[in-house]
Design a binder for this molecule. Structure first.
Ligand code: NAD
Length: 475
């Protein structure tokens, strides 16, 4: 049992102001795996004050010194990689081997990458008679979700620290233990006190207290569109800068000349990654009407190959969902899909066979002949549920892909790279894979429309945490 009863504030482990705690459940069996303190406005205030106090010195620390700390944090996480992977596999439900590569490998790489990026970054440019200076925004409130918990924390904390900002992190209450490991690593690296602070708690109490706090300059939020809207409203009261990474309902367009075996398989994989709890999940697969049967058959076969089970078991390809609430939500969406007349090609709302009791397991599900105005094609399900939507021609495919309130990601498949790229350029989304192009950690990541605004990753993520200042010189 992992029990945490302190926050990391001002370089020390500090007792919370109140006694309430939050139970954290093991996604694989539903048991309580530990608990963390439920932070209040008082705890948040202490953390923000510590961050404020640390800001002046940290913002003036040379970038090369800040970079050296980031390298140390990367090494510190690496030293605890196995423990982190096991913790996240249980908090979130992602199969262990994959969690080790993605959930832990990416954060280790990203801390080191930001050390490199900030060493190479030019903080001053000359424009005519002006010197344009890049300065850190100030105190950053980082509020993060549970699906890729440490990765999402890293995409805020690493560039914010690199930029010279100080941070108060409020991680997800569903998967908070990885954030405590990060705080321990930060402590062991000797980062100046107050530069990084950790407070846990729920969104309404700790999260909103952080967003409202007058000592916070910027809120960097990743999570649901619902919470993003609420945060924007609150932050508007004193015109805080806000960056939002929100939900998605991404389309994979398979054009008539594509290699169907590869395209369908990759789309199903992209939909089921992390049990569908991925903001960029390719949840709508658009296929030509004339080749619908072929696509549905491949998708059904691929889905059936996803062995559902305990995230710690070697044979598991699809772990559980992260929480009971998430399980109910996804099951209800599957029922809704059936009610609205979509064709159930694979899976369904029942519990899969042979899974550990108490865990939050759902069958890998494929719906066929989905119309884009159905609930399952419009709302973010956040589970392993794929909708196959037939289209008549390329024009209609693009229209359907863009017929969503979201604009986070997408994919296009064609026998011609040039044609695939042409169609990809017409998709209103922040990131579009062209014929299975690989993930690039230095490319900007973020959304159009209700998927948010602002960009994370690479140098774009660093610039989020910087202000411009012009010094007008005389001559
Ligand atoms: P969530 O919005 O419920 O919670 C995210 C975080 O915000 C948590 O730390 C929570 O405590 C906090 N929070 C909730 N309400 C708040 C409020 N009113 N004020 C301040 N803080 C508040 O989201 P979730 O269920 O943890 O994560 C799933 C969602 O995140 C999905 O919609 C998914 O698409 C999205 N997501 C987006 C990205 C991206 O980069 N675009 C990445 C991962 C997840």
């Amino acid at each position: 049992m992992l029990v945490k009863d302190r926050f990391f504030i001002g370089g020390a482990w500090v007792a919370p102001a109140a006694r309430e705690s939050i139970d954290v459940h093991n996604a694989g069996n539903g048991e309580v795996m530990g608990r963390v303190p439920a932070g209040t406005a008082k705890d948040v205030d202490a953390a923000v004050r510590a961050a404020r106090e640390a800001f002046a010195a940290w913002s003036e620390t040379p970038a090369t010194e800040r970079a050296a700390f980031l390298d140390k944090i990367s090494a510190g996480l690496k030293a605890r990689a196995d423990e982190l992977a096991r913790t996240i596999a249980q908090e979130v439900g992602m199969p262990l081997k994959m969690a080790s590569r993605i959930q832990v490998g990416l954060p280790i790489a990203n801390f080191a990458n930001y050390a490199k990026l900030v060493r190479d970054f030019s903080f001053e440019n000359r424009v005519g008679n002006s010197v344009v200076v890049r300065e850190p925004v100030g105190v950053v409130a980082a509020i993060t979700p549970w699906n890729y918990p440490l990765h999402q924390i890293t995409l805020k904390v690493a560039p914010a620290l690199a930029a010279g900002c100080t941070v108060v992190l409020k991680p997800s209450e569903v998967a908070p233990f990885n954030a405590f490991v990060l705080a321990e690593v930060v402590e062991s690296c000797g980062l100046p006190k107050g530069v990084f602070n950790l407070v846990t708690g729920d969104g309404q109490t700790a999260g909103e207290a952080l967003v409202r706090h007058a000592g916070v300059d910027m809120i960097s939020f990743t999570g649901s569109t619902r919470a993003g809207k609420r945060i924007s409203e609150l932050a508007a009261q004193d015109v805080k800068r806000v960056a939002l990474e929100l939900g998605g309902k991404s389309a994979s367009i398979i054009l008539d000349d594509a290699d169907f075996a590869t395209a369908v398989k990759s789309t199903v994989n992209g939909c089921y990654l992390n049990s569908g709890q991925t903001c960029t999940a390719l949840t709508r697969m658009l296929v030509p009407q004339s080749r619908y049967d072929e696509a549905a058959k491949i998708a059904s076969e691929v889905a059936k190959g996803f062995t559902v089970g305990d995230p710690l078991a070697e044979t598991t390809k699809l772990g559980p969902l992260s929480s009971k609430a998430q399980l109910e939500r996804v099951r209800n969406y599957i029922k809704k899909g059936v009610e609205e007349g979509a064709e159930l090609v694979a899976g369904g709302p029942d519990t899969p066979e042979g899974v550990p009791a108490g865990g939050y397991y759902v069958k890998p599900t494929v719906f066929g002949r989905v119309r884009n105005n159905m609930t399952i094609a419009q709302e973010e399900i956040f589970g392993p549920v794929l909708s196959i939507i037939p289209y008549r021609d390329e024009e209609e495919a693009v229209r359907i892909a863009n017929d969503t309130i979201y604009g986070l990601a997408g994919a296009v498949w064609s026998g011609s790279d040039e044609r695939a790229q042409r169609v990809a350029r017409r998709i209103r989304a922040g990131q579009v894979d062209v014929n299975g192009g690989a993930f690039n950690m230095n490319a900007p990541f973020g959304g159009f429309k209700q998927s948010g605004h602002g960009r994370e990753a690479g140098v774009y993520g660093l610039e989020e945490f910087l202000e411009y200042k012009s010094l007008q010189l005389k001559g």
